[in-house]
Design a protein around this ligand. Structure first.
Ligand SMILES: [Fe+2]
Length: 325
């Protein structure tokens, strides 16, 4: 929806974050394709009826929005739900994942905007617990999870998605060295070194020039420096930030170490980092389909990416699409 079509600057929300039987503290609007204005779908402080989805006009996709001024009240409401473990257990895998990922993305965005490393690390530690619980208690496939996530390639969206994917991969491959929570926090923090980089470079449509690429290439070391000065940051998290751009043949950065000189968690992070980037929207291209992303990544198996970890990830990505079965 363009700014012209959305003059009120309404904020889209996921239908999956609304759960019946709960009081929603803000007005929720629906907007039918082709209509010139939104309709009030649910007035604030009303309890959501179990059949609310059926109220959508027939044959149309239900697109819901809130007003910008109610954004923080809505986010607060979602946070309360996510902190209620007993309530979370009553939800479907899809609803639970949508709720947790929405809160992770939003809180991480606010933390990144604060520009304070201590705030980001503190927030990541709280969110890492939510992600670890979600991943351990949810049966969603990678593609099931991916359908729920945002794919807009803001640094915080990317980091939230990398955290979810890294945790899922580590859990399913029986990764023993570090806990899932540790890895989730590492995923949230892996690109923290991009904090000082101009958005114009981060979101540049098209190829970076040499100078811009040199600036981008500093972010793992910069991230390491930021994190190393914080006593709450673990070895696992430092390795994910420092090594996620190293390559198996030694052509990566910041150091150019090769194969098993790169920690296993650094190699794991590299695989999901690239997968997330390829399957997300970029300023210059649409998101790539998961199969196509895997196909492209396989060209780099063993050369750039750890072939064994990539093979395991490929299995998880394609498992529910019947490609491998
Ligand atoms: Fe990175």
């Amino acid at each position: 929806m363009s700014a012209k079509q959305n003059p009120l600057g309404l904020i889209p929300i996921s239908l999956l974050t609304l759960t019946p039987g709960r009081l929603v503290p803000v007005n929720v609007y629906s907007w039918v394709m082709g209509a010139d204005r939104p309709q009030l779908f649910l007035a604030s402080n009303q309890i959501l009826e179990p059949d609310f989805v059926e109220r959508k006009p027939e044959g149309t996709e239900l697109r819901l929005f809130i007003e910008p001024k109610t954004r923080s009240a809505f986010q607060q409401y979602l946070q309360t739900l996510v902190n209620d473990r007993d309530f979370l257990k009553t939800l479907s895998d899809e609803n639970r994942s949508a709720l947790v990922s929405e809160v992770v993305r939003d809180l991480l965005a606010s933390a990144f905007k604060s520009n304070s490393a201590a705030t980001i690390v503190g927030t990541a530690n709280v969110l890492g617990q939510h992600i670890a619980s979600l991943i351990s208690e949810t049966e969603l496939s990678v593609t099931g999870l991916s359908k729920i996530l945002y794919h807009d390639y803001g640094t915080f969206t990317h980091s939230a998605n990398v955290a979810l994917y890294s945790s899922l991969l580590a859990l399913r491959m029986g990764f023993q060295e570090y806990s899932i929570e540790d890895i989730a926090v590492g995923g949230l923090l892996h690109d923290i070194g991009k904090l000082g980089i101009d958005d114009k470079i981060l979101n540049k449509p098209g190829k970076l020039d040499d100078m811009e690429f040199r600036i981008i290439k500093k972010h793992p070391l910069q991230g390491y420096r930021i994190l190393a000065s914080d006593a709450n940051v673990t070895t696992c998290q430092l390795l994910m930030a420092y090594q996620h751009h190293e390559k198996m043949d030694g052509t990566g950065y910041p150091v150019g170490i090769e194969s098993d000189e790169i920690s296993q968690v650094g190699r794991l992070c590299a695989v999901v980092d690239i997968y997330e980037a390829l399957t997300s929207k970029r300023p210059y291209r649409n998101p790539m389909h998961s199969e196509r992303a895997i196909e492209i990544m396989e060209r780099d198996a063993g050369r750039h990416l750890d072939a064994e970890i990539l093979e395991i990830w490929k299995g998880f990505v394609l498992e529910k699409e019947g490609v491998l079965s």
